[in-house]
Design a protein. Structure first.
Length: 248
C-alpha cells in the first residue's frame, strides 16, 4: 500500500467491549484494568527465557506502514480502542527508529511497521499456548510452567481460530456479564467464520465461565473458556500484550 492515503481501521463495531464475538457473547461493559500506563516490565526468569516486547501507543492514533519510511500509512489505529482500552501491539522485529508489529486487525496475522517514537516499550516473559484438540491451556513464565487449565473451545461450526495472537486488554466482567466469569482478555485475532456477530466483528478472547461443565468441550463460538480460578490467577499476574499461540 505504499503511496496510498491512510485508512482508519475499525477494530470493534459496537460501543463498549465486543469481546469474543466469535464466542456467542453479548456486549459487556466491564471496568478496564491495568490500562493506566504501559504494560508492566517483568524481568526474564532465566537467560534462555523468551522475552516479548510490547509497544503501547503514546498518541491519539497509531500510524502503521507497510515498510519503514513509506509515505502514507496503511492503517491508522485509534487509541484508545473502541472498547476503551489503550492500544498495544506486539513487537516482532526492530530496525533503527522502527518496529515491525503484529496488529489487532483482520486478516489474522497482519503485520506492519510503526515509528518507535510513537510508542513506549515494556518487556515480559509470559506466553500462552492453547492446544485446541486437547482442550488445554498452558501459561509459561520464561522456561517454566506458570499455569495449566482445561478449557472449552469453539464448536465444529464455529471453531477457535488457529494462529499467533496476543492479549490486547484485560477487563473485569463479574458484575456486568457473569457468563464471562470474573475476567476476560480480548485477543488480536478474529473468527474465520463469523464476521458480523452481535454488533461486532467476531473478535476472539480468553475468559472465565459461569458454566464449568463447558470446560473440556467444543462448545463456544470461537472463544477459549477457562475456569474462574485460573483466569483470576492470570489477571493478577500477567501484563497486557502476552503472546497467545493457538494450535490445533
Amino acid at each position: 500500500m505504499r503511496g496510498r492515503r491512510p485508512q482508519h481501521s475499525r477494530l470493534v463495531a459496537a460501543t463498549g467491549l465486543v469481546l469474543v464475538l466469535a464466542a456467542g457473547c453479548s456486549s459487556p461493559s466491564p471496568r478496564t484494568l491495568k490500562l493506566d500506563g504501559p504494560p508492566a516490565t517483568v524481568a526474564a526468569a532465566a537467560p534462555t527465557a523468551t522475552v516479548s516486547a510490547v509497544a503501547t501507543a503514546k498518541t491519539s492514533s497509531l500510524s502503521v506502514f507497510d515498510a519503514p519510511g513509506a509515505t502514507w500509512p496503511a492503517h491508522i489505529l485509534p487509541n484508545p480502542q473502541a472498547d476503551g482500552s489503550r492500544l498495544v501491539v506486539l513487537i516482532e522485529e526492530q530496525l533503527t527508529g522502527w518496529f515491525k508489529v503484529l496488529l489487532p486487525v483482520r486478516p489474522n496475522g497482519s503485520t506492519g511497521w510503526i515509528r518507535a517514537s510513537d510508542v513506549t516499550v515494556a518487556t515480559h516473559d509470559y506466553r500462552i499456548e492453547v492446544q485446541v484438540s486437547a482442550h488445554k491451556l498452558t501459561v509459561w513464565k520464561g522456561s517454566r510452567v506458570f499455569l495449566e487449565d482445561k478449557v472449552g473451545v469453539g464448536a465444529p461450526a464455529t471453531p477457535t481460530t488457529v494462529g499467533r495472537f496476543y492479549t490486547t486488554a484485560l477487563f473485569e466482567t463479574a458484575s456486568s456479564q457473569p457468563m464471562f466469569g470474573p475476567y476476560a482478555y480480548p485477543l488480536s485475532g478474529y473468527s474465520e467464520v463469523l464476521y458480523d456477530y452481535a454488533g461486532g466483528e467476531g473478535q476472539m478472547g480468553i475468559h472465565g465461565t459461569n458454566d464449568p461443565a463447558s470446560l473440556g468441550r467444543n462448545i463456544s463460538h470461537g472463544c477459549v473458556r477457562m475456569s474462574n480460578a485460573a483466569i483470576t490467577k492470570l489477571a493478577k499476574a500477567l501484563p497486557v500484550g502476552v503472546p497467545v499461540d493457538i494450535r490445533a
